[in-house]
Ligand binder design. Structure first.
Ligand SMILES: Nc1ncnc2c1ncn2[C@@H]1O[C@H](COP(=O)(O)OP(=O)(O)O)[C@@H](O)[C@H]1O
Ligand SMILES: *[C@@H]1O[C@H](CO)[C@@H](O)[C@H](O)[C@H]1NC(C)=O
Ligand SMILES: *[C@@H]1O[C@H](CO)[C@@H](O)[C@H](O)[C@H]1NC(C)=O
Length: 308
């Protein structure tokens, strides 16, 4: 029989946006006119993509973030529904608010993704909105570090406080992805699992995944785990409980097709494995397997039919 905790959800907090994807033979030259291989809309945004992959892996998954009511947002809500990701608690803003859009160029010859992002006036999630959620529904809250440090500090702090008052605890993970946002580093103190990106590491002159986890573990709370994925170098993790450095190699697909959202996929699969009670080593290895598989397919829908 499933325990109550198994029925609890994983909540991903952060951004959802529309990705308008164009697949080209090779990267286009400026001021040329050509045919492309494919064109499609997909739902993007770091937390939104993570919530999708969690649902495909079999977790009960919810996305929470700001959403508009324009044409693009209709596509996004339908798409969330089709993947079985709940968005019942999204912060719906309207009517003059525009959905952020990423124009993405995928170069079929090497799988690279070039992103042109347009964010107009969608606000960040507020703490007062977060307070309307019933935290007893969740076993894990994944937070994408967005440029709203005050709100995110209050959100994460309130989860820690909630955790102290209940028997069925909530685990918090935090993704720090974009460089140039040092004000978000204070969120690390609340997280049980911290994902640091390569882009963020570059800014601090940390040039390997091992250096990143060794540097960041010092800023974490006792018992926390720091994880760093590093493109085709795989991933590393360090837990402050045992101080043992874990690494995973990459699991490259036969051909690289599309690396867009590989990091979000890695995060989702790693969270999934940790939710299942697997070790940190097993979790990052599964993260790399699922992310590597994703790099061999267009989008991520194909992950649905695989049993891990
Ligand atoms: N070229 C690749 N081949 C195989 N796996 C890859 C490749 N690029 C990324 N991955 C997998 O995806 C994970 C996340 O990569 P990362 O570079 O952080 O993604 P993103 O570009 O989305 O930030 C890596 O740990 C790796 O397992
Ligand atoms: C929640 O409580 C558990 C058990 O005490 C602890 O391991 C974990 O770090 C706490 N998480 C947060 C986010 O406070
Ligand atoms: C988050 O989204 C951005 C923009 O789409 C992308 O460049 C980045 O790789 C994503 N992060 C992860 C960890 O996948």
């Amino acid at each position: 029989m499933e325990s109550k905790t198994d029925q609890k959800k994983v909540l991903s907090i952060g951004m959802v946006c529309l990705d308008i994807v164009t697949v080209c033979h090779t990267y286009p030259k400026e001021d040329t006119d050509q045919r492309v291989l494919d064109y499609y809309w997909q739902r993007g945004g770091n937390a939104s993509t993570t919530s999708t992959v969690l649902a495909m892996l079999g977790e009960r998954s919810e996305f929470m973030g700001a959403m508009a009511t324009d044409v693009e947002s209709k596509f996004l809500t339908e798409n969330l529904k089709s993947y079985g990701v709940s968005h019942d608690n999204a912060m719906v803003c309207g009517p003059d608010i525009k959905t952020p859009v990423s124009m993405v160029i995928i170069n079929q010859s090497n799988g690279s993704r070039t992103i042109l992002h347009c964010a107009k006036n969608l606000p960040e999630v507020s703490f007062s909105h977060f307070q309307t959620l019933d935290l007893s529904q969740y076993k894990w809250i994944h937070v994408e570090g967005r440029p709203a440090p005050d709100a995110y500090n209050q959100i994460m702090c309130s989860v820690v406080e909630y955790n102290d008052t209940v028997v069925e605890k909530i685990t918090i993970s935090l993704e720090l992805e974009k460089p140039g946002r040092p004000e978000l580093d204070s969120l690390i103190q609340y997280a049980d699992v911290v994902f640091i990106s390569k882009e963020k590491a570059d800014e601090e002159r940390l040039y390997s995944k091992e250096d990143v986890v060794r540097a960041y573990i010092k800023r974490c709370k006792a018992g926390a785990v720091v994880i760093c994925a590093w493109g085709d170098q795989g991933a590393a993790a360090l837990s402050s409980t045992d101080g043992v450095l874990c690494t995973s190699p990459v699991f490259p697909p036969e051909t690289l097709v599309d690396t867009l959202g590989a990091g979000d996929t890695f995060n989702a699969a790693t969270i999934f494995a940790l939710c299942q009670g697997r070790s940190v080593q097993e979790a990052i290895t599964l993260g790399c397997k699922v992310a590597g598989t994703k790099c061999g397919m267009k989008g991520n829908k194909g992950l649905k039919d695989i049993i891990w």
